[in-house]
Write a protein that binds this ligand. Structure first.
Ligand code: SF4
Ligand code: SF4
Length: 150
């Protein structure tokens, strides 16, 4: 009896306290701005320097470049850019070294899937992932990506 009263006391005390649980996934979770989430990639800014590939500790970035369609420019343009999120550890190093902010972090983290193949994201997917870009990078987004940035 004493134990029951004690338990009820705890329940009653907590009834009036502010809730600390979230109604996720019905209500989206807002992550802190420095959260390391899934990257956004802007092909127009990439200069195919390969620094992100070289620094990546898990070797999960693959890219290819092609000659610039403008013959007066020597800089290559990006042809394919893929990240394998099966092994990406979201360490942020690729975005830190990128000289043009072609690859930047977002606050998005939802990658759950039933197939490992779905974790292989290509350039189009990474480009479309343009919401919740980290605020220090979102000011330099291309006009196309700016439309989706929060
Ligand atoms: S976040 Fe880290 S592991 Fe993932 S692609 Fe960038 S450098 Fe590689
Ligand atoms: S994303 Fe950045 S670091 Fe990677 S190749 Fe393009 S410009 Fe270089």
């Amino acid at each position: 009896m004493k134990g029951l009263a004690k338990g009820l006391g705890v329940t009653l005390r907590n009834l009036t306290k502010q809730k600390i649980t979230y109604a996720y996934p019905d209500v989206p979770l807002e992550m802190p701005d420095r959260f390391r989430g899934v990257q956004h990639f802007d092909p127009d800014k990439c200069i195919v320097c390969n620094q992100c590939v070289r620094v990546c500790p898990t070797e999960c970035i693959t890219l290819t470049g092609k000659p610039n369609p403008d013959p007066t420019k020597k800089v290559k343009v990006i042809d394919t850019y893929d990240i394998n999120f099966e092994i990406c550890i979201l360490c942020d190093l690729c975005t830190e070294v990128c000289p043009t902010e072609a690859i930047v972090m977002t606050n998005n983290f939802e990658l759950a899937t039933y197939s490992r193949d779905d974790l292989f994201k290509n350039m189009q997917w990474l480009n479309d992932n343009n919401k919740n870009v980290r605020s220090e990078n979102s000011t330099n987004l291309s006009p196309a990506a700016k439309g989706g940035a929060n």
